[in-house]
Design a protein around this ligand. Sequence first.
Ligand code: HEC
Ligand code: HEC
Length: 220
Amino acid sequence: MFSNRLLASLLTGIFWVFVTAPAGALSARATAGVDLQARLKEVEREPKLHDAMLKLGGKVASICDHCHGVGGNSPQPNIPNLASQNPVYHLDQLRKYANGQRRDEFMERMIKVMNADEKVGMVLFYAHQAVSRKPVSNAALVARGKTLYTKACIGCHDATGHGDETLARIAGQQPVYLSASLKRYRAESGERLDRDMAKSTKPMTDADIDALVAFMMAME
Ligand code: HEC
Ligand code: HEC
């Protein structure tokens, strides 16, 4: 715990010095009450602003990459990829961490130091990064996962797992992170709450979750 707290303080400090201060001119328009989703739409409509925000997003990402990996391809099974994540979903998760609907001590602190444009630039930057493929190690488990997925998940997450504006990309996601997320939804413990996901995971055993995770990780 101590080293996590230390890392959190260090990284949030670095964030202020290297991202927030030099980006001041661009982010001067950003204030606490900004509607992030509306700002994202505005940025997507204006090519020049879009380019500037991508640059700012790249700077922000250089801090996040310490854990989430270069270009958002996480090197650690318990930390999610951010590469190719859908920007609307991505911003919504930042909102959930910030208002306590989703709990993770480190992420809650990290988000507090970001201003609105840093958040919007960052989600745009990661949306442009490709997810690296992972080798399939257990084909039988993947096949079992596919059967479960087709029955219980495909209706919302579709056959590709790429999601859409409001749904996460789950294809190629990190296994320990996926498993922990599904178990949190199933337990309805407050770390992560969603009515649809609680209902979908309720009938799943731990072994079912292992199979689903193997399948989602193998999706391109
Ligand atoms: C010290 C390591 C660390 C750093 C640095 C870090 N994160 Fe995270 N992040 C995590 C962990 C661990 C999780 C999984 C938490 C959970 O299960 O809710 C996570 C989860 C997330 C999620 C949820 C992903 C999803 O699929 O729902 C987002 C979004 C995110 N981080 C964004 C960021 C951004 C943006 C930055 C940089 C400003 C950042 N993180 C920096 C460790 C880190
Ligand atoms: C009725 C629609 C629906 C169904 C069915 C459904 N999901 Fe979801 N799923 C969602 C929504 C909505 C979210 C985002 C919830 C949130 O904000 O935490 C989500 C989130 C997730 C996440 C978290 C992604 C991330 O990046 O953290 C995973 C993993 C996931 N679903 C997997 C599954 C699996 C596996 C199944 C089948 C057992 C399933 N879902 C069935 C709607 C659905």
